[in-house]
Design a protein around this ligand. Sequence first.
Ligand code: PRT
Length: 96
Amino acid sequence: MASDEIIREVYKVLEERRDNPIDSYTSKIMQDSDKKAEDKILEKVAEECGEVLLAAKNDENLVYESVDLIFHTLLILVYKGIEIDEIFEEFARRRH
Ligand SMILES: N=c1c2ncn([C@@H]3O[C@H](COP(=O)(O)OP(=O)(O)OP(=O)(O)O)[C@@H](O)[C@H]3O)c2ncn1[C@@H]1O[C@H](COP(=O)(O)O)[C@@H](O)[C@H]1O
């Protein structure tokens, strides 16, 4: 059974891919010469935003496309050195 813990698990793997690169999609995109890596990840985030928009409008693959967007958003956060708890704390701070 999938659970929300998967977000923490994936985040940890992404930090591992950043810190100890292997031959994989996420390691490669994060190791690309500094500025290029950031641009490539941000390009994916922008692309996935458009795909979520189309999926919602057309009632197609919304979960799949949203996970692509969330995944690439997590990737830029990891790349920029943000700790996962900072994200949860920000959500908690907004609770009312
Ligand atoms: N959740 C994901 C995940 N979601 C998407 N992707 C990859 O992101 C890449 C780009 O996604 P796209 O949707 O643009 O796919 P695409 O192949 O360009 O095809 P289109 O959508 O354009 O048709 C693809 O290669 C996907 O496989 C992911 N790659 C990895 N993960 C997780 O990240 C961890 C580390 O990944 P690796 O670096 O591959 O070990 C894995 O253990 C997974 O848990």
